[in-house]
Design a protein around this ligand. Structure first.
Ligand code: ADP
Length: 857
C-alpha cells in the first residue's frame, strides 16, 4: 500500500532525528567532547566577563547576572563539571574585576559572602540545569522511541492491510456490534459484486447475509468471542444485475480486539473452495452414476435370460497361425473366465460360480463339423460373429443348440479370448424342425392326394405316389399289389441313389414270393393287414426276412436302416403293401413317419375305393340309360295307336245322336286323351334324357318366328290353364325371328308354361317376349308357390325336384331337358323366385347360334 495513504505511518518532522552534514557532524562531536564542554564553560564565562566589563556601569550593582548565564550555559551544554568550572572561573573573575580591591583576588568579607552565595546559587543552578538537561534528553529519547514504535506499528498495520488485500481468499473486517464493513479485499469485493460496502453495517450493505444466518453468526462471534469455523459453507451473494453468485467457502470468523483486549469487531476469512466442491460433487455424481450403471449392468447381466460370458485361452494364439490350427487350440484350451447364472443354467449348472473355469471342450462337441465351420467363420470374419450356432452338450449329455454373439479379444496380434452372449435355441430349432417336417408331410400328403385323384388307374396312381416319397422321406419305396391268385407282385421300385439301381434290379428279379419269408416286413404287413415299423434293421432281421442266402446278402449290401411297410386295405381286403426303406441317408424312420405312411395308405385305399365306386356308378348309369332308352321306346310304341284309337272313338261318338251315354263316353275319351298326352310327354322326356345321356340330342336349326310359336303354345295351353283357374297373357312383339330348332324350342316354352300352370296356384301367368339385335329373351312369370332359395341351383339337374311327390306329380326332368336344349342353342336359362310369391324363368337365346351344336350331354 502506498505510504501516502497512511500519513500516520511517516514520522513527524518535529521528531525527526537531527540531520547533519559532515562539517556539522564534526562540530557536534566537538561540542560534545570534554574539550568542547569545558571550553564552552571557559568561553561562556569569558563572554560573560567581557559583557559585564563592557556594560558594567549599566548593570551595576549585580556583577553576577551574566555569570549566572555562563554557569547555566556551561552546565546545560557541558554538564555538572563544566558548570563547576564556570562557577569557579566566574568567582575568580568577579573577585578580580568587580570587587574591591579591583584587579586583585583579595576579598572583603561582605564580598566573600556574596561570592559564597554566588557559588551556592550557581551550584544549584548548575545542578538544576544538569537535571533539566538530562530530563529533557530522556524525554526526547522517549519521544523518539515512541515515534519509532508508532512507525513500526504503522508499518505492520500497512503490511497487514496489504497482506489482507492481497490474500487470495475472501477477507472482510467488520467493526462494532452492527458489523460495519471496515475492509473487503478484492476477492470479497468480487463476490459482493463490487457494491460499495465500506463503512456500512452488514444488514444494509449485504441484506442477503441475514436470511443466510451469516449476521447471526457474526453476532455470536462478536458477543461470545469464540472463533467460528466451517467447512464448505454454502453462501449466496446478490449481484447488481439481480443474479446471484454461489460460493462454497471454508469460513473462519474471528473476533478482533482493541488495545484493551475488548472485542471491537470480527474478521472473516473465506477460502473459496467452490470449484473444488463443484468438481467433487461432479465426481461424486459421476461415481454414483458409474456405480448405478455398474449396478444396472450387473443386474442386467444377472437377470438376463441370455448367457453372458467370457472365455480365455490358456496361452495367446497368434492370429497369423493357420485357421485350422487356431480352431484346434481354441477347442482344446478355451475355458470360462466370467459368466452369469443364465449361462451356467444352460449347461445344467445351478449358478455361475460352479460353472466358472469350465473347459469349453467338455461341452462343445469337438467332432461336430458344424462347430468347426462356425469357428472358422468367426475367425475369418475378423473374430466377430453374430448368431454363430454352436452344437453343445449339457451336463446331463443332452444336446443343445446355442446362438452366440462373439467378439474376440485381440492384443498384439494374438487371440486371448472372447466376450459373448448366447441364447438356447434348442427347443426353437426342434420346433422349427418339427414344423418343417409337419409342413413337408402335409405337402407330401396333399401332393399325394392330387396324384391319387389324377386318374382312375389306381395302380399307376400308386406308382406315382410312392415316387413323391423318395428321397424326401425314404431312400427306397416298393409297391407290391395282390394278384387275382392271391400272390403279391412288385409293381414299382423307386430309389433315390443311382448306385442302388443295379441292386434294385436284382432284388426286383429275385421276386418277393419265393425268396421273402413270412417274417419279412412286407409279407407281415400283407398277411396281417397291419403296418410294420422297424426303426433299426439288424442283420438278424435281414436274415430272417430272406429265405435264400443270396437275397439276404443282396439286402445287406444295400445297408438298409429303417423300414416301414403299410398294407393297402380296401373294404377289409388287403390289396397290397407300400414299403419305405432308408439306407445311405442314414435317416431313421420313426412313429411320425409311420403315421404319415399309414395316412398315405389310407388315402391310397380311399382312392382305390373311389375308383371302384366310380367304375360301379358309371356302370349303373350306363345300365339305367340303356334301360330308359329301351323302356321309353317300348312305352311309346303302344301310345301312338292308342291315341289314334281315341281320336277315332271321338269321331265315332260325335256321329251318334246325343244321349247321356254319348256324353259319358266323350267325357271318358277327353280324360283318356289327356292322360295319353301326359303319358306320351313323360315318355318323350324319358327318351330325351336317354338321348342326352347318350349324347344323341340333335338340333335342326332353321329360321323361324319365336313370337308365332309362343302364341301357338299359349293358345294351346289356355284350356289347361283355365281348368286350374289361371289365365295366360302373352306380351310379345309381332315377330321375333331367329335361327333355332323349332321343335326343341316348342318343348322349352311348353315345359316352362306347363310348370307355370302346374305350380301357378291358379294365378295369372305372363309370357313375355322381347328381343334385341342379337338375342331373344323369353320370360315366363307366375305368382304361384315359388321355390325356396336352397333349391334354386339344383332344379335344372336331372330328377331334381323342389316339391313333394304327394302334391305334385312329375319326374323332375322338364327343366333338365329345357336347360340342355337352351345351352345346346348357345343360350342360358335362369330362375328368380321367392317362396310363396311365384317364379320367373328367363331364357336368353342368341338369334343365331355361333355354331350349331349337333348334340348335348
Ligand atoms: P317336374 O315339374 O316334373 O317336377 P321339372 O324339371 O319341370 O320337373 O321341375 C323341377 C322342379 O322345379 C319341380 O319339381 C318344381 O319343384 C320346380 N318348379 C319348376 N317350375 C316351377 C314353377 N313355375 N314354380 C314353382 N316351382 C317350379
Amino acid at each position: 500500500m502506498p505510504t501516502s495513504e497512511h500519513p500516520g505511518a511517516a514520522p513527524s518532522p518535529a521528531l525527526r532525528p537531527p540531520q547533519f552534514n559532515a562539517r556539522g557532524w564534526r562540530l557536534h562531536r566537538l561540542a560534545h567532547s570534554p574539550l568542547g564542554r569545558y571550553g564552552l564553560a571557559v568561553l561562556s564565562t569569558a563572554l560573560a566577563l567581557l559583557i559585564q566589563l563592557a556594560l558594567g556601569r549599566f548593570i551595576y550593582p549585580t556583577p553576577f547576572l551574566l555569570f549566572f548565564g555562563a554557569v547555566m550555559v556551561s552546565s546545560w551544554w557541558g554538564g555538572g563539571r563544566p558548570g563547576l568550572l564556570a562557577i569557579t572561573l566566574s568567582l575568580g573573575a568577579v573577585d578580580y574585576f568587580f570587587f574591591p580591591p579591583f584587579h586583585s583576588f583579595k576579598l572583603e568579607p561582605g564580598n566573600a559572602l556574596l561570592l559564597g552565595l554566588f557559588a551556592v546559587i550557581g551550584g544549584i543552578v548548575s545542578r538544576l540545569n544538569v537535571a533539566l538537561r538530562r530530563t529533557s534528553a530522556e524525554r526526547a529519547e522517549m519521544l523518539e522511541r515512541e515515534r519509532q514504535v508508532r512507525r513500526e506499528t504503522e508499518t505492520e498495520r500497512a503490511r497487514l492491510h496489504e497482506l489482507l488485500m492481497q490474500a487470495p481468499s475472501l477477507v472482510a473486517l467488520f467493526q462494532g456490534p452492527e458489523h460495519v464493513f471496515l475492509l473487503s479485499n478484492p476477492p470479497s469485493d468480487e463476490a459482493l459484486g463490487h457494491r460499495p460496502v465500506l463503512g456500512k453495517p452488514i444488514r444494509e450493505a449485504m441484506p442477503e447475509a441475514v436470511e443466510q444466518g451469516f449476521v447471526a453468526l457474526l453476532d455470536r462471534v462478536f458477543t461470545t468471542g469464540t472463533v467460528f469455523k466451517a467447512q464448505e459453507m454454502f453462501m449466496k451473494f446478490l449481484q447488481p444485475d439481480g443474479s446471484q453468485r454461489e460460493y462454497f467457502l471454508n469460513l473462519v470468523c474471528q473476533p478482533t480486539r482493541d488495545v484493551q483486549g475488548r472485542i471491537d469487531g470480527v474478521a472473516t476469512f473465506g477460502f473459496d473452495v467452490t470449484d473444488f466442491v463443484r468438481a467433487r460433487q461432479k465426481a461424486e455424481a459421476l461415481t454414483a452414476q458409474l456405480q448405478r450403471t455398474e449396478e444396472r449392468y450387473v443386474s442386467f447381466v444377472n437377470q438376463s435370460t441370455e448367457g453372458i460370458f467370457r472365455v480365455d485361452v490358456t496361452s495367446p494364439i497368434p492370429i497369423t497361425m493357420p485357421v485350422e490350427e487356431q480352431i484346434r487350440i481354441m477347442l482344446r484350451d478355451a475355458y470360462v473366465v466370467e459368466c452369469n447364472d443364465a449361462m451356467a443354467r444352460m449347461y445344467g449348472f445351478d449358478n455361475a460360480a460352479v460353472f466358472m473355469g469350465a473347459r469349453m471342450r467338455t461341452f462343445l462337441a469337438q467332432e461336430d463339423s458344424r462347430n468347426f465351420a462356425a469357428l472358422r467363420g468367426f475367425i475369418q470374419s475378423g473374430y466377430r460373429q453374430v448368431d454363430l450356432e454352436s452344437h453343445e452338450l449339457a451336463r446331463d449329455g443332452t444336446s443343445r443348440i446355442f446362438l452366440n454373439n462373439l467378439v474376440g479379444i485381440i492384443e498384439n496380434g494374438h487371440f486371448l479370448g472372447a466376450w459373448g452372449s448366447q441364447r438356447d435355441v434348442t427347443e426353437q430349432r426342434h420346433a422349427e424342425e418339427e414344423l418343417k417336417r409337419a409342413e413337408s408331410h402335409a405337402r407330401f400328403l396333399s401332393e399325394a392326394s392330387a396324384v391319387l385323384a389324377s386318374s382312375l388307374d389306381y395302380e399307376s396312381n400308386l406308382r406315382n405316389v410312392v415316387r413323391l416319397a423318395v428321397p424326401a422321406l425314404a431312400d427306397w419305396c416298393l409297391v407290391d399289389l395282390a394278384q387275382p391268385d392271391g400272390a403279391l407282385r412288385r409293381v414299382e421300385t423307386v430309389y433315390s441313389s443311382p448306385e442302388d439301381a443295379e441292386q434294385t434290379l436284382q432284388a426286383q428279379r429275385l421276386g418277393i414270393n419265393g425268396e421273402l419269408s413270412l417274417e419279412s416286413p412286407v409279407l407281415q404287413a400283407f398277411h396281417q393287414g397291419r403296418s410294420i415299423l422297424i426303426q433299426e434293421l439288424t442283420p438278424e432281421i435281414i436274415q430272417e426276412s430272406a429265405k435264400t442266402e443270396e437275397l439276404a446278402q443282396l439286402i445287406a449290401r444295400l445297408h438298409p436302416r429303417s423300414v416301414i411297410a403299410v398294407p393297402l386295405v380296401v373294404r377289409g381286403r388287403v390289396l397290397g403293401v407300400l414299403s419305405f426303406i432308408t439306407s445311405h441317408s442314414g435317416r431313421r424312420l420313426t412313429n411320425v413317419e409311420l403315421k404319415l405312411m399309414e395316412e398315405l395308405a389310407r388315402r391310397a385305399a380311399l382312392s382305390v375305393e373311389n375308383a371302384w365306386l366310380y367304375r360301379d356308378a358309371r356302370e349303373a348309369i350306363r345300365l339305367r340309360d340303356e334301360f330308359l332308352s329301351i323302356a321309353s321306346h317300348e312305352l311309346k310304341t303302344p301310345l301312338t295307336p292308342l291315341s289314334l284309337k281315341l281320336q277315332m272313338l271321338t269321331r265315332e261318338a260325335q256321329r251318334q245322336s246325343d244321349s247321356p251315354f254319348r256324353r259319358a263316353v266323350e267325357n271318358y275319351i277327353t280324360v283318356g286323351s289327356r292322360q295319353v298326352k301326359k303319358l306320351s310327354e313323360l315318355v318323350s322326356d324319358l327318351l330325351d334324357v336317354a338321348r342326352i345321356g347318350g349324347g344323341r340330342l340333335r338340333l335342326e336349326l332353321e329360321e323361324m318366328d319365336l313370337s308365332a310359336l309362343a302364341r301357338e303354345i299359349v293358345v294351346r295351353g289356355e284350356s289347361e290353364a283355365a281348368r286350374l283357374g289361371s289365365t295366360l297373357v302373352l306380351e310379345a312383339p309381332p315377330s321375333v325371328i331367329g335361327h333355332w330348332d323349332r321343335l326343341r324350342l316348342e318343348q322349352v316354352i311348353t315345359n316352362l308354361v306347363d310348370n307355370a300352370i302346374k305350380y301357378g296356384a291358379g294365378k295369372p301367368i305372363r309370357i313375355q317376349l322381347e328381343s334385341d339385335a342379337d338375342r331373344a329373351i323369353l320370360r315366363v312369370k307366375d305368382e304361384g308357390i315359388g321355390i325356396a332359395p336352397e333349391h334354386l341351383s339344383r332344379i335344372f339337374e336331372r330328377f331334381e325336384r323342389a316339391v313333394s311327390e304327394r302334391h305334385y306329380g312329375g319326374l323332375g326332368l322338364g327343366l333338365y331337358i329345357t336347360r340342355t336344349i337352351v345351352e345346346a342353342m348357345g343360350g342360358s336359362i335362369q330362375v328368380e323366385s321367392t317362396l310363396g310369391e311365384g317364379a320367373t324363368f328367363t331364357v336368353v337365346l342368341p338369334r343365331r347360334p355361333r355354331e350349331a351344336p349337333s348334340s348335348a350331354g
